[in-house]
Ligand binder design. Structure first.
Ligand SMILES: [Zn+2]
Ligand SMILES: [Zn+2]
Length: 132
């Protein structure tokens, strides 16, 4: 029910943050740019990774990322968006979205409405499908 204001500035670059790039750092809680839409242009002033223990998205602004150093970077490639995951799984994006909605593959939906998948979960789905 919260109206998102598009005028709040990113604390990294001080420019306005669009709704689809609005992200809050899990470390410092500040607003920063992170483009959550493949189909729209957007700036990235930080990154998002998937916590393997909690299957939760961890947002980090670039300032905190630098402080955290190596601890967060290795997990980055383990997270796939819908089109990457669909390619990995050899499915259409619609089928994969449906599988996610049916609870057949663990996923996260971002505030921007994008689906994110853990690479391992997608590969597990491929193995399940291969069995038929
Ligand atoms: Zn920014
Ligand atoms: Zn931060």
């Amino acid at each position: 029910m919260t109206e998102i204001s598009a005028t709040d500035p990113c604390w990294i670059c001080s420019e306005a943050v669009e709704p689809h790039t609005e992200s809050y750092c899990n470390a410092c809680g500040r607003l920063f740019h992170l483009n959550q839409r493949e189909d729209l242009p957007g700036r990235d002033c930080g990154t998002v990774s998937l916590s393997e223990t909690h299957l939760a998205l961890v947002f980090m602004c670039s300032a905190c990322l630098e402080e955290a150093g190596e601890t967060v970077t290795p997990t980055l490639e383990a997270v796939l968006d819908l089109s990457e995951a669909a390619q990995t799984a050899g499915m259409s994006e619609a089928d994969l979205a449906q599988a996610a909605a049916a609870g057949r593959v663990p996923h996260r939906r971002t505030a921007g409405g994008s689906l994110l998948f853990e690479r391992e979960a997608v590969e597990a789905l491929v193995r399940t499908r291969g069995r038929t």
